[in-house]
Design a protein around this ligand. Sequence first.
Ligand SMILES: [Zn+2]
Length: 219
Amino acid sequence: MKFFNKLLECIFLPSCGICEKLGEGYLCKKCGEKLEEYKLNLIEETTLKDFENIKIQKFYIMEYRDIIRKEILQYKFNGKAYLHKMFCEIIVKNKKTCEFLKNYDIIIPVPVHKSRKRWRGYNQSELIAKELAKRLGLKNDSNVLIKIKNNHIQSKLNKKERMKNVKNVYKVINKEKINNKNIIIFDDIYTTGATINECIKELKSANANKIGVLILAKD
Ligand SMILES: [Zn+2]
């Protein structure tokens, strides 16, 4: 059935990422309504005290639990790359998110190390960021911020270990591309913010103007 759906999708119709119903796009009406329960739409303004007191706005779209958690895990660890279209659909249908994104020029995904990307076959945040840029008319650049060290997986560490683990693992290349630009960093899951904060510091050191954060699901 799954193969048949995928075949049909290739010919003419996309199917719902959750229930696989054909004909209503990448997220059907019923599943879209079900997901309303997990909507967070939370904007948090934080100050990076240990780094030039930069003010950052972080936008969390959904809560990381139940069906959202299940779908993200399927997306990340079960090879279901096609689900990026459904996640993009969730984001572009959210008016508050689209309003928030209007303040920025470029969307940059949190990078993964090239060996991890090779292993998974894709960077989950990059696929969504690219699709978002296409649909919302933003610029997207996945080659500005790179991950230079293949560190331990964050999910198995505590807060202090996480901060240490991500130190100096990201690097900006092509600095001229972000000079004085308003940049939005996109990531799929937010837990302690250690990864995101490290990316912010790198981008800010490379002279980005304003930096914002867009998170699909907050743990
Ligand atoms: Zn559905």
